[in-house]
Every structure is written in C-alpha cells, then in structure tokens.
Design a protein around this ligand. Sequence first.
Ligand code: NAP
Length: 250
Amino acid sequence: MSVLTGRTALVTGGSRGIGRAIAERLGGDGARVAVHYGRDETAAKQTVAAIEAAGGSAFTIGVELGRPGDAEALWEAFDRHADGVDILVNNAGIGTSRALGEIDEQEYDRVFAVNVKAPHFIVKHGLDRLRDGGRVINISSGLARTAVMPDKMAYAMTKGALDVFTRDLSKVLGPRGITVNSVAPGIIDTESNAGFLRASDEAWAQAAAISALGKVGTPAAVADVVAFLASDAGRWVTGSWVDATGGSLT
Ligand code: NAP
C-alpha cells in the first residue's frame, strides 16, 4: 500500500509542466488522479498514460478556465468519474511579461481570471466534494515574495492574491481538518520557460544563479514538495507559504 492509496486527487493544469509532474507523483503515491487540462487533450491523455504505465489510476477533465461558469463546469466533469476529492492542487496558471507601462486591461483581467478567480471558485464550488481531512495546495511563485521582476508585476500580484486566499482559506477549512498551503516554485525547466531558458548557455546560467543552490529547478522537485504536503506527514502544516525556489532571494 502506498501513502495515498484510497485518495483522489485533482490537479488543475495537470497535463503539462509542473502540473504533470505533480499528477504523476501523486499517482505514483497511490492516489487516483484527475488530470485537468484547458485545450491540449493529447497532453492530458499522455499524462494519464504515464500514470497508468507506472501502475496508477487517472482520468482527464477538459475545461478552459478564466471564463464565467468554469468552476462549475470543472466539477460537473469531475463528478462523472469520482464522488469526492481528497487533494485539490490549484496549479493551472498563465503568465504575463508586460510591465506596468505596457499591460492593458484585457491582459490584466485574463491573468487574474485564470490565476486567482478560477482557484477561488473551484474551491467554492468544490466545498461539498472536498473530503474532511483533505488538502488544498495552491501553486504560487517565488515572485510573490522573494524575487522582483518588473515585467512580471501583474503576474506576481496574482500569486500574492492566491497566497492570501491560502492563508484565509486555511482558517475556513481548518475545522474540517483540511490543510491549505501555497507552494512557490522559482524558475523551473518547463516548456513554457524553454524560450528564454534554452535561448543560450548564458540565459540558463543566469537563471541558475538566481537560486542559492545554483540550479534551475525541475518540475519533479516541486512535485516532491507537494507530495509531502499531500501526505499524512504534512498534516500539521497549514496556511503556509512553502518556498520551493531553491532559495531565490534576489
Ligand atoms: P505550463 O507548462 O504552461 O502548463 C500549464 C498547465 O495549465 C497546462 O496543463 C495547461 O493546460 C493549463 N492551463 C493553462 N491555462 C489554462 C486555462 N486557461 N484553462 C485551463 N487550463 C489551463 O505551466 P507551468 O510552467 O508548469 O506552471 C504551472 C504553475 O506553476 C502555474 O500556476 C505557474 O504560474 C506556476 N509557476 C511556474 C513556474 C515556472 O518556472 N514554470 C515558476 C513559478 C510558478 P492546456 O495546455 O491544455 O491549456
């Protein structure tokens, strides 16, 4: 028996990048995993196939987040496969690299809709599905606290808002034995970062130098932190902002 045997996990944006690593890790730990995606069903199916190939169990849920009614649609899709969730990982997120002088209202609204509004309403509409003793894990960013990049200000603001949601929600769900935490990655080697990370050896070295450990992070390293919080070993940690940046203080 594995540590999460008998539990059900839902990982938003579980089809690619950090979310995929989290989905695979929780599946490997014995949870049945709902692999959510927005548009790329093929990637979500590949994640499910990887979990199953490792002996686990998973299914896909496709719902575009950032639109009115998205959270209800997500749970309706979930309900077709499972009757409750023990571990909810709000991972799906988008970035913006437009500084204060360049960002327009449309882009600002979009990044807040996906990164802040969606997790908020996924929890609101999932309250009856979340099992007592469960976990909510919100994927934040080191940019909310430890590092400052002016072109990422609006994005960092979304993660700051998500962290307040984490803190306050931990009080709301505490009486039910549900822990709520933020996990904050630094620069991670994902497809979405490939453009700048792999542009040159210098770009990679600069990104690596930001962390105290002198490396670019991997999705699996973030998934390990999530797996700890999801496990019984993490039961006394709640309302926390867990730094998974490799020590990025810039
Ligand atoms: P990614 O590779 O771009 O993958 C994003 C995932 O979220 C995909 O599964 C994608 O599904 C889904 N998604 C995105 N927008 C969506 C939408 N509107 N509706 C539904 N699904 C949507 O992302 P990542 O780099 O792994 O980042 C994952 C999380 O970690 C994000 O919250 C991000 O802010 C945070 N983070 C990342 C880094 C980093 O360096 N990568 C650092 C700190 C924090 P589809 O492809 O089907 O749309």
